[in-house]
Design a protein around this ligand. Structure first.
Ligand code: SAH
Length: 345
């Protein structure tokens, strides 16, 4: 089976090119076409001899994401893509425009194993990991379609990035390579539901990625009900790992907290959360839970959200109620794919 050319680092590609009997300098040219100019075929590599392009196209391939559906928010211009992968599976990406540029939210798996009860991505279970090349293709396809350079990345789409650790780290390595897209590592955030051993491993890589942790509850009792991962790695273990991450990287952690009416949004929950997070270098993002058709959770009221934020602030924890982008196009990841699966079209 041909190999996905986008997944190769320059060193690995050089090795392959030498093995095929071609001069070493060709690897650099090819790498630049793939990672910097983001081509999708060998035909576009105009400085590579035709005979060599023919050999390359037998040995390698481009696992492109094809745009199946594109939705543009009339409210804020947020763009949501449903991409079709080479094997007919679907993933979603969202591109958001901010004052500082464009940011893309990328999916790292088809489906998800984690089973969070409020999340659309969990519906239908896990199918497979995305390769590094496929994640790059999400970025490249969106860039090409929009005609813009995307300079921020959030790994907050479908899937648990720390459950696809090697491919995700390779993706980040390629995307930040100065001979490729040269995205700043400071512009990359990764969101996890809390796979504790992998948080330690990520910290030890000392990459300086911003870590977002999906906390969504102040204690084990509430968290274990909606997030099965908490049964394996409880909140104490998770917060200890977060402290380690902060200490090693010096980066502030962002805790995500989806507010669900009557479940995790009481004053007592806010106080408990604040006391747990005291002393950590962190920020809490309060998000009104998105209605997912298959789930019967309700959003907390605006007043509840503000009150919750005030209690956190009063107890020394910085918090913001997150603005929702693209609410008219179901921009939260998993929702479009779930509806595609339902209608089967
Ligand atoms: N697996 C990773 C990243 C994917 S989900 C993680 O768990 O962090 C991205 C974020 O959206 C997570 O914080 C997740 O908990 C949150 N999320 C999932 N479903 C949601 C919903 N219905 N409403 C609000 N946030 C949701």
């Amino acid at each position: 089976m041909p190999k996905d050319i986008r997944a190769f680092t320059i060193e690995e590609l050089t090795e392959e090119i030498i093995q095929l009997g071609f001069p070493k300098f060709r690897a650099k040219q090819i790498y630049s076409w793939v990672q910097e100019k983001c081509v999708s075929s060998f035909d576009e590599m105009t400085n590579i001899p035709l005979a060599m392009r023919n050999v390359l196209s037998e040995k390698f391939e481009f696992l492109d994401c094809k745009i199946n559906t594109k939705l543009v928010s009339e409210i804020d211009g947020t763009v949501k893509y449903l991409f079709e992968l080479f094997d007919g599976e679907y993933v979603e990406s969202v591109v958001m425009k901010y004052k500082y540029g464009y940011s893309i939210c990328v999916s790292s798996q088809v489906g998800c194993k984690m089973g969070c009860t409020f999340c659309a991505s969990a519906i239908g279970g896990f199918v497979r990991n995305l390769s590094a090349g496929e994640m790059l293709s999400e970025v490249f396809t969106a860039q090409k379609d929009l005609g813009v350079k995307i300079n921020h990345l959030v790994l907050m789409g479908t899937g648990e990035p720390l459950d696809n650790f090697d491919n995700v780290l390779r993706f980040i390595e390629l995307l930040t390579d100065e001979n490729g897209q040269n995205m700043s590592i400071r512009h990359i955030s990764l969101s996890t539901c809390g796979i504790v051993p992998k948080i330690y491993e990520l910290a030890d890589r000392r990459l300086g990625i911003t870590l977002s942790v999906s906390l969504h509850a102040p204690n084990n009792q509430i968290r274990s009900k909606s997030m099965p991962v908490n049964i394996k790695y409880n909140i104490e273990e998770l917060l200890t790992a977060c402290l380690y991450y902060e200490n090693v990287t010096g980066r502030r952690i962002s805790f995500e907290y989806a507010m669900i009416k009557g479940v995790n949004d009481s004053d007592a929950a806010a106080k408990e959360l604040a006391s747990r997070l005291k002393g950590t270098l962190c920020h809490v993002n309060l998000i009104p839970v998105n209605n997912v058709r298959e789930r019967n959770y309700e959003k907390s009221t605006k007043e509840r959200q503000s009150r919750f934020a005030v209690i956190l602030e009063e107890n020394g924890i910085t918090a913001t109620v997150r603005r929702t982008l693209g609410s008219d196009i179901n921009a939260s990841c998993g929702q479009l794919r779930a509806s595609k699966r339902k209608t089967g079209d």
